[in-house]
Design a protein around this ligand. Sequence first.
Ligand code: AR6
Length: 176
Amino acid sequence: MNTRPAITLVLGDITDQHVDALVNAANSSLLGGGGVDGAVHRRGGKAILDDCRRLRASRYGKGLPTGRAVATTAGELHAEHVIHTVGPVHSATEDRSDLLASCYRESLRVAGELGARSVAFPAISTGIYGWPMDDGARIAVRTVLESAPASVTDVRFVLFDRAAYQAFETALAEQG
Ligand code: AR6
């Protein structure tokens, strides 16, 4: 039986999505930042930050490690959960692809534990963390196809501009 999720590409802002779980491209502090992280906290409201602070106090005093994922409420977003994951900063000298793949894999694992069927991802690490979009898209599509639990049936990549959308279209055509 084919348990691969349906993958949809959306051009737009991830905080507009109506899904069970929305993935945030966070940093290890879990206290917010720019890009997707800024938008998630701005639109989702204080409840998300309150949950993040509780996680820091209880489990992640030293920060959430790169490649890991953890869930909070989605506050005022149109979702049940936000799954925060910390992408690797791109390096010209060291291959950190496994860590980027781990972000997608771990986020999907957490989504599965939460019973989420629909999950929206941004293009993790391809903004402030400098990952080249084409490579980031290939890793994202490959990892989702390989590792989505059967309970996750709908994966949406929400891309902020046309270049990102085209990179994901190409990656899907190669691997989908
Ligand atoms: N919806 C969808 N995609 C977006 C949005 C949005 N609202 N905003 C930006 N993008 P980034 P990173 C795209 O920088 O590279 C934060 O400060 C963006 O064009 O959000 O993983 C965190 O706190 C890019 O293609 O995440 C960390 O410190 C992609 O989303 C750091 O940035 C990811 O860009 C994480 O950097």
